[in-house]
Design a protein around this ligand. Structure first.
Ligand code: IPM
Ligand code: MG
Length: 361
């Protein structure tokens, strides 16, 4: 197969971790007889430095011309980076939002699971960690508060800021369908998370989700209020299979879920539209404090590349091979510093990429 992959290395640790994921992809291409061409795309802080804006129209068009995009991370230290002296619409994050919207990437998949080898990193009580967990957070990514009208203005001498939260039934239906489709391939449970005791948009969310559920009689639907969900994630994460939720709640809950795994450097993500196109990136941030030191964990990015093989190219065997290689390297006791524990063998970013590549069969 010929794969045309856009690459956004981005800021901070982005370039280092993407390099390792490309190494693994190249190894897959070699072993399984595929050909990959990479198109480098600038987005985030590096794009501001070169082009003055975090995402140019040309880059967006180039991204559209790729089969899929692999991304590292964007953004810098908000206290020290000059990028954050710019107005909000010109900062690195605005590039990411424009990319999501421009590519219509409405479905964001963020798995959060406890690796048996990394149980010790889980900050929860042992009896909870022992039960393990494996959930998929499905976050709506192109609607809600993130893309509503905003303004800050003075009214009668008082400054007033507004952010509008809008969802149409169509936006809810398409993400709900995706959530139920994924649940069918997993443990057939959807927990739809909302704030229906307060918000109109949540009441519509619940109504439409229940309608969609009727088409999936095998899937169990449970509605949960977001504040309760935040508690349940630390009390009993094993109860969750697919968590289906709107943009802002998904942003918050996915960070919480990743923290509960204790190893955010391990968690990939995919952002999908109606086609096979997807944007794949690690769940963690750009970690400017450790950028360039060669110690960042590339596994989340490597697993994001595996998700790309699976979702954008339907290469399940190849995706399995990447995931198996990661597990083997962990079983052999190799760790980057973020997941290091006593008795293990600490290695750097490059060595981790090399080891995983060499385990691809
Ligand atoms: C994420 C990030 C982004 C978001 C930021 C960088 C705009 O936190 O992908 O979760 O809020 O969506
Ligand atoms: Mg976030």
């Amino acid at each position: 197969m010929e794969m045309k992959i856009g690459v956004i290395k981005g800021d901070g640790i982005g370039p280092e971790i993407v390099e390792e994921a490309m190494k693994v992809l190249d190894r897959i291409a070699e072993v399984y007889g595929h050909s990959i061409s990479y198109t480098q795309l600038l987005m985030g802080g590096v794009s501001i430095d070169v082009n003055g804006v975090p995402l140019t129209d040309e880059t967006l068009e180039e991204a559209k011309g790729c089969d899929a995009v692999l991304m590292g991370s964007i953004g810098g230290d908000a206290k020290t980076s000059p990028w954050y002296q710019l107005e909000p619409s010109k900062r690195p994050e605005a590039g990411l939002l424009a990319l999501r919207k421009g590519l219509n990437l409405f479905a964001n998949l963020r798995p959060a699971m406890l690796y048996p080898e990394l149980k010790g990193a889980c900050p929860l009580k042992e009896e909870i960690a022992d039960r393990g967990f494996d959930m998929m957070i499905m976050r709506e990514l192109t609607g809600g508060l993130y893309f509503g009208k905003r303004s800050t203005q003075t009214e009668n001498g008082v400054t007033v800021a507004r952010d509008e939260l809008t969802y149409s039934e169509d936006e809810i239906r398409r993400i709900a369908r995706r959530g139920f489709d994924i649940a069918m391939k997993r443990r057939k449970k959807v927990t739809s998370v909302d704030k229906a005791n307060v918000l109109d948009s949540s009441r519509l969310w619940r109504k439409v989700t229940e309608e969609v559920a009727a088409d999936y009689p095998e899937v169990q639907l449970e509605n949960m209020l977001v504040d309760n969900c935040a508690m349940q994630l630390v009390k009993d994460p094993a109860q969750f299979d697919v968590i289906l939720t709107e943009n802002m709640f998904g942003d918050i809950l996915s960070d919480e879920a990743s923290m509960v795994t204790g190893s955010i450097g391990m968690l990939p993500s995919a952002s999908l539209n109606e086609t096979k196109f997807g944007l794949y990136e690690p769940s963690g941030g750009s970690a400017p404090d450790i950028a360039g030191k060669g110690i960042a964990n590339p596994i989340a990015t490597i697993l994001s590349a595996a998700m790309m093989l699976r979702f954008s190219f339907d290469l399940d065997r190849e995706a399995d091979a990447v995931e198996a290689a990661v597990s083997e390297v962990l079983k052999e006791g190799y760790r980057t510093i973020d997941i290091m524990s006593e008795g293990m063998n600490q290695i750097g970013t490059k060595e981790m990429g090399d080891l995983i590549s060499s385990h691809i069969r």
